[in-house]
Design a protein around this ligand. Sequence first.
Ligand code: 5GP
Ligand code: ZN
Length: 113
Amino acid sequence: MKCLFCEIAEKKRPAKIIYEDELAVAFEDINPQAPVHCLVVPKKHIATSLELEKENNALVGHLFQIANKIAKDRGIAERGFRLVMNCNPESGQTVFHIHLHILGGRIMHWPPG
Ligand code: 5GP
Ligand code: ZN
């Protein structure tokens, strides 16, 4: 089977898409862990952050720019929000196509579970 997030990016699988450009999409997480829980996903398939090469540096910066825009649009920028990218199984990564979680709208705890 093809990658879940490639399929969402290619519109072969439904998702509540909230942002899209030529390089990335952002959509609502199907199982939200906070009042705001969105995922920012590059259209290019990269399995984990360990596979990021120098040539991807601008792309990663772009994902953060999108996350900032969404946080501002959702009114959580000033209150605070958390950006998370899990890497490999012990972190909790379950979808092996990199994605930035945007979590906000409630107080976040530290250390994370
Ligand atoms: P990870 O655990 O890999 O860091 O995060 C994967 C995230 O993708 C989880 O928060 C999970 O709820 C979300 N997710 C998994 N499958 C789908 C799906 O089909 N659609 C959407 N919108 N989110 C998904
Ligand atoms: Zn993929």
